[in-house]
Design a protein around this ligand. Structure first.
Ligand code: F0G
Length: 456
């Protein structure tokens, strides 16, 4: 048997990558105020800023686009997608939204009240922000192993059931529902085990609380279960997905991930209890219940994408891709969140720049260095993103300095990853030359998107 795992597709339509020189990249990065968010995408060689909405659609999806029914109410495309989702989730009600955070906004503003509290393994930033916007406290209870980058554990996305129970006992009256994010993006794209989902759901049920799953990367999570959890090796991924969903009472989804589309999202609900307030909020902010902010053609592409996203040879290749880059980092002596997650590799910048003070933002500096050396765009998950400039002029810093390289689906081939491995090794070899940065202009919220920086 040949050992190389090939991309399980061939390429029908291509987008050229514009090659640039290190000198050009330095000029462009300086013009972008040392913030890769401000670069033009065409000036990037490997764009690994996010896996969200950036992937390649298949010929079957493009063909389905022509079948889009653009009727305002009761479009055929709605019913087609509804049937696909009912099959995967076992839930009755499908409520389309234009993307994941819109699903969060509609659900939370319809069913949550000021002063409540929601549990999760780790809330994604838009999930947390939408809860907090409604006056709800968002509490992260991922297991201890999930907080240590170099510690190996097969399901680092699991929620800590003992702490969940303690919180249910102490704060039960404030808790409308529990949440869990699969895979756990904020914690390194780490999966949640079936055993953990089952036990968490049962625990919530004992306290009379429903479970809402944030299912952006449900298919990647299911593949991890197949590969790592006893008893699932011979279970088809679709059946694993169906069992995962069987433990939930509802779900929010950004279809820009495992539904393989460039835009879209939805809410699923098992029961009728929240249906009226959720639909009313949807009509107010997204659109009529059978399109919810999307075109009929988007619904068609999603119906096909959901099926393709559960294809096992695709998922094996997908998880192997991150693992493959992880092996290159290991060989280069670069630390990262281990084991690699489903959609991304999270480099531990402190292992490249151990002597750089946190005040010089080492993960941001490393992110810049990857662009300068090889035109790779990642995203800093460190003290620019999560630190704060206080009113009294002092600074707070984040506990970890990570650079996330997130992989658009079906876009890049093995040679792109070989190239990236070489670039990262080169950056590590030249680490002494990497310059720290300082923030010269920032906004009060989500400052990393718009901050302007300079070399120290
Ligand atoms: N939940 C999770 C776990 C996510 O990763 C995201 C988006 C969302 C919700 C929100 O979905 O973007 O469609 O509104 N994550 C992207 C990322 C942006 O880069 O990780 P959205």
């Amino acid at each position: 048997m040949p050992r190389t795992m090939i991309e399980p597709f061939r390429i029908k339509s291509i987008e050229p990558i514009r090659m640039t020189t290190p000198q050009e990249r330095l000029a462009m990065l300086e013009a972008a105020k040392l913030n890769v968010f401000k670069l033009r995408a065409e000036d990037v060689l490997l764009d690994w800023l996010t896996d969200s909405g950036t992937g390649a659609m298949s010929s079957a999806q493009w063909a389905a686009i022509m079948l889009g029914d653009e009727s305002y109410a009761g479009a055929k495309s709605f019913f087609r997608l509804e049937a696909v989702l009912q099959n995967i989730t076992g839930m009755a009600h499908f409520i389309p939204t234009h993307q994941g955070r819109a699903a969060e906004k509609v659900l939370f503003s319809a069913v949550c009240k000021q002063g409540e509290l929601v549990l999760n393994n780790s809330h994604f930033d838009t999930t947390r922000a939408n809860l907090e916007f409604n006056g709800v406290e968002a509490v992260d209870l991922v297991i201890e192993e999930g907080l240590h980058p170099s510690l190996i554990h097969p399901f680092k996305g699991n929620i800590d059931l003992a702490r969940v129970e303690a919180t249910l006992k102490a704060e039960g009256h404030r808790i409308p529902f529990g949440m869990i994010t699969v895979t756990n993006n904020t914690g390194g794209g780490q999966p949640v085990s079936m055993a953990n989902l089952r036990a968490y759901s049962a625990l919530l049920k004992r306290y009379g609380k429903p479970l809402i799953m944030d299912v952006c990367r449900f298919a990647e999570n299911a593949m991890f279960i197949k590969l790592r959890e006893d008893g699932y090796q011979d279970t088809p991924v679709r059946a694993i997905c169906q069992e995962m969903f069987s433990y939930a009472d509802g779900a929010t989804m950004s279809a820009k991930k495992d539904a393989l589309v460039n835009m879209g999202g939805f809410i699923m609900l098992r029961g009728d209890e929240w249906l009226d307030p959720v639909r009313n909020m949807l009509i107010l902010t997204e659109g009529f219940p059978t399109y919810g902010g999307l075109a009929g053609r988007d619904l068609e592409a999603m119906a096909v994408g959901l099926e393709e996203g559960m294809d096992e040879s695709y998922l094996r290749y997908r998880l192997r891709t991150a693992e493959y880059l992880g092996e290159k980092l290991e060989a280069a002596g670069v630390g990262f969140v281990k084991p690699t997650g489903g959609h991304a590799v999270y480099i531990d910048a402190r292992t490249v720049l151990p002597d750089m003070p946190v005040a010089h933002y080492p993960a941001w500096a490393l992110c810049n260095a990857l662009y300068l050396e090889g035109g790779i765009r990642g995203v800093e998950i460190g003290s620019v993103m999560f630190g704060k400039h206080q009113e009294d002029g002092s600074e707070t810093y984040h506990s970890m300095e990570l650079v996330r390289l997130a992989f658009p689906r079906r876009m890049y081939t093995q040679s792109h990853f070989d190239f990236a491995g070489e670039v990262i090794a080169e950056v590590k070899a030249k680490a002494k030359e990497i310059r720290g940065v300082k923030i010269v202009k920032q906004s009060k919220y989500l400052r990393h998107f718009t901050a302007e920086l300079d070399w120290v």
